[in-house]
Design a protein around this ligand. Structure first.
Ligand code: ATP
Ligand code: LTN
Length: 329
């Protein structure tokens, strides 16, 4: 049987190039290899762990789903669906919560970061990793392709799978993370100390996949650089330029050395100008596909509905077993 791949993105903002380089690009490669059963989910229940405006949320869910298709996720080859369309996610989340130690949730880096930014800390934000574990375990997932920031959550998922299996008998596959070596952590353009994030307050933190060329050029122009003017990869001493070099390399499919060589003795302004064009060109095909798909939201919705029906088949099998194991009638 083919190994199962599951991953998702929360529609909590507009997908940025970190999500693309760290996660989606890898998903497409995996899909195209034909070696796996690939499942990609729009995790809307995760998005509401931070307050969202309902109308905007609806639009973002459709945007993320349409972007999945525009970047190359193919419904003929992969399952694509919206998390809230399969209610088993919420049910398994509840059950897993009853075996999740509170201390484990409190020590999650993402929880600590995100809760600092909230006026009032809500229980959903704390329990987010348990919901993520439910997403993964429902489909008996073997591998989870994500960016580096999600490693801690996958560790927790593994712990919960093992704990449930030990307590109630073999039920869940224990998943492994799958991290892209390059692009696993793209940093913010406004601050290379923090990762690029789609929910960042400052839009100059990220480049969205749907940013028009003039916005991309502007954002790269104002991206922070380091004190010495050399274009050299040195994560410690030159974190900002190293991040820009990484982005350049990933979009242009060039090695860092090749790019360093090209800009030897040249200044930031020429480098940045070219980098903006590399990104604009890199995003153009998917932006064009997005524009086409956007014209027909009903077709996108039909794909998502069909995906949810298929997802339910596997999820409901797992849930029947879980209910039986824990002693529900
Ligand atoms: P938010 O700000 O809402 O938390 P985010 O931009 O951090 O959003 P997520 O929805 O948390 O994005 O992540 C979706 C996927 O993209 C995950 O696999 C995550 O690891 C990856 N990812 C997110 N940001 C980056 C980044 N800066 N570099 C590489 N991968 C990233
Ligand atoms: N927490 C993830 C999004 C996510 C996810 C998942 C990723 C929710 N459920 C299951 C992989 C598998 C994030 O990227 N913030």
């Amino acid at each position: 049987m083919k190994k199962v791949i599951f991953s998702g993105i929360a529609p909590s903002g507009t997908i940025q190039i970190g999500n693309y380089l760290g996660a989606i690009k890898q998903w497409i490669k995996i899909q195209e290899s034909g070696e796996f059963r690939t499942i990609f989910c729009v995790v809307d229940e995760h998005a509401i762990t931070i307050p969202q405006d309902p109308e905007k949320l609806r639009a973002k869910i459709m945007e993320v789903a349409t972007l999945y298709l525009a970047t190359g996720i193919n419904p003929e080859k992969s399952l694509i669906f919206i998390q809230s369309h399969v209610s088993d996610h919420a049910e398994l989340n509840w059950i897993l919560n009853t075996i999740t130690p509170l201390g484990e949730l409190q020590r999650m880096t993402q929880f600590k970061d995100k809760s600092q930014k909230q006026k009032s800390i809500l229980a959903g934000l704390l329990n987010y990793p348990t919901l993520m574990a439910a997403d993964i375990l429902l489909y008996q997932t073997d591998l989870v392709p994500v960016g580096e920031d999600q490693l801690q959550h996958i560790e927790l998922t593994r712990m919960l799978a093992k704990k449930f299996n030990a307590q109630f008998g073999e039920t869940f596959t224990v998943p492994e993370p799958m991290i892209n070596k390059t692009g696993a952590r793209i940093m913010g353009l406004d601050n290379p100390e923090h990762k690029m994030s789609k929910s960042a307050e400052n839009p100059n933190n990220y480049i969205a996949l749907l940013d028009p060329p003039e916005i991309i050029r502007k954002k790269i122009k104002v991206a922070v650089t380091d004190s010495s003017s050399e274009i050299k990869y040195d994560k410690e001493k030159k974190p900002a330029v190293s991040n820009l070099l990484a982005i350049y390399g990933l979009f242009a499919e060039k090695t860092i050395e090749e790019i360093e060589k090209k800009y030897q003795g040249k200044g930031y302004s020429e480098f940045k100008k070219d980098l903006a064009e590399v990104i604009v060109e890199g995003l153009a095909p998917l932006q064009a596909r997005y524009k086409e798909l956007e014209k027909n939201p009903d077709a996108v919705m039909a794909i998502l509905k069909k995906g949810a029906e298929k997802a339910k088949e596997t999820a409901s099998q797992t849930m029947s077993e879980v209910r039986q194991k824990i002693g529900f009638i």
